[in-house]
Design a protein around this ligand. Structure first.
Ligand code: ARG
Length: 457
């Protein structure tokens, strides 16, 4: 493509280090679409004759049909998807293919293709996020009143409902949805027409190409147009936080599926056996979701570091923008699909959850609150009294609600039998009616709110 100035071809290592076709062929659809928009605009502006444009458009359709059938070739000599498409076009229509590159550079071309690709990627991630949210909603609805231990420091803290716990993940994913949607809106400006870096002397119509490709407007600065990769970083940071959330949910599945917890039984479809230990049912998919989060964060770090300190405008370093985004996208897609499958098909062992919630003195806070409310103790003193009650209950080996009243009054004479109303885990959960709290009625409201928000989106 630049043969005019060069007497010799590149060395084979040069060819290999330079080529991006092995990975950027993945953007062939976007490359064809952007070329068609550009060609149509060149025709409409009278920059290229109508017959030439018609031949280019037909030729690009023919190239796309070949790609659809066989995929782009892994031909390092053609360097990247842009060169390959142009070479293929020339095979179809002859030297007129060379007119397509008028008023364009691979710099604005790649920036446009990659934006289009990333925008499509976001749409796929959003669909997958909605599917996982739906799965969480369905299971939360089913278990809105089932009591489980709530943890802080992974110690039994206060009873909560399983529905409430699952809805916490729904809330995290809602923020992921908003981050991806936000990134999509911000990236939806078109770099095409920035040309190599400075714009072009041809009378192009950037509004027209932007509109044809579904962008809101052309980017306002040509140097920024060819050098900006914020859109890719926005994608990767959103994917990183999403992966982080999924890793937390995955970790809970790993813990819950373990024998000491026994909170969840994974379906056959979502667990694997051991080749030597027949009793085992391993939560491999959950472990891999947890692990993949590390790789996705690595992708984000890779591109951050690639972009750091690059001067304006385009530098070839930026060719390295695509592999981390592609890798992160494949991984986040798998992670979302796997978590959706696990959430949909898991059996939550609610009797076991309930038994554990019941065993951990998880209503101690309810006793302390009762002492404040009904007996007028300052909270700190109530906390101390409750600590003594728990110690005594532990020594007697009974639950708080099974403590004999004489034992309680011996610790503090202000305790009356009315206290038993608040010591069961059901009473505890039902009492937490503050907005956003775990009471089943509040959880059902949260589910209804989430469903309404989902309908609006
Ligand atoms: N393959 C290149 C990339 O992915 C396309 C842009 C090349 N531009 C250039 N001036 N060499 O970044």
């Amino acid at each position: 493509m630049w043969g005019g100035r060069f007497a010799e071809g590149p060395s084979s290592v040069m060819r290999e280090i330079n080529a991006s076709i092995p990975f950027d062929k993945r953007m062939w659809r976007q490359d064809i679409a952007a070329s068609k928009a550009h060609a149509a605009m060149l025709g409409a502006q009278g920059i290229v004759a109508a017959e030439d444009v018609a031949a280019i458009l037909d030729g690009l359709d023919a190239v796309a049909a070949d790609y659809e059938r066989d995929g782009p070739a892994n031909d390092l000599a053609l360097e990247d998807i842009h060169m390959q498409s142009e070479a293929r076009l020339a095979e179809k229509i002859g030297p007129g293919a060379g007119r397509l590159h008028t008023a364009r550079s691979r710099n604005d071309q790649v920036a446009t293709d990659f934006r289009l690709w990333t925008r499509d990627a976001i749409d796929e991630v959003l669909a997958a996020l909605y599917a996982l949210q739906d799965a969480l909603l369905a299971r939360a609805d089913q278990h809105a009143a089932d009591v489980m231990p709530g943890f802080t420091h992974l110690q039994s803290a206060q009873p909560v409902t399983l529905g409430h716990h699952l809805m916490a993940y729904h809330a995290m994913l809602a923020r992921d949805v908003s981050r991806f949607a936000d990134a999509r809106a911000r990236m939806n400006e078109c770099p095409l027409g920035s040309a190599a870096l400075a714009g072009t002397g041809f009378p192009i119509d950037r509004e027209a190409t932007a509109k044809a490709l579904g962008f809101d407007r052309p980017m306002g600065n040509s140097l920024d147009g060819v050098s900006d990769r914020d859109f890719a970083l926005d994608y990767l940071t959103a994917a990183t936080q999403c992966a982080l959330h999924l890793s937390r949910l995955a970790e809970e599945f790993v813990l819950w599926a373990s024998q000491p917890f026994g909170f969840v039984a994974l379906s056959d479809q979502w667990s694997t056996g051991s080749s030597i230990m027949p009793q085992k049912r391993n939560p491999d998919a959950a472990e891999l979701v947890r692990g993949h989060a590390g790789r996705i964060m690595g992708c984000m770090t890779a591109l951050m570091v690639t972009m750091k300190g690059l001067p304006l405008a385009y530098s070839k370093d930026m060719q390295d923008d695509k592999p981390p985004v592609f890798e992160a996208h494949d991984l986040i897609g798998l992670c979302l699909a796997a978590m959706t499958g696990m959430v949909e098909s898991a059996t939550f062992r609610t009797e076991r959850m309930r038994a554990v919630a019941d065993a951990g003195f998880a209503t101690a806070t309810d006793l302390a609150d009762w002492l404040v409310r009904e007996a007028g103790l300052p909270f700190r003193e109530a906390h101390h009294v409750t600590g003594r009650v728990v110690a005594r209950a532990e020594a007697l080996g009974v639950k708080l609600e099974a403590m004999p009243i004489e034992e309680l009054t011996a610790i503090d004479a202000r305790i009356t039998p009315a206290v038993f109303d608040v010591l069961s885990i059901d009473a505890s959960v039902a009492s937490r009616r503050s907005f956003g709290g775990t009471a089943p009625e509040r959880v059902r409201e949260a589910i209804a709110r989430a469903r309404r928000a989902g309908e609006k989106a």
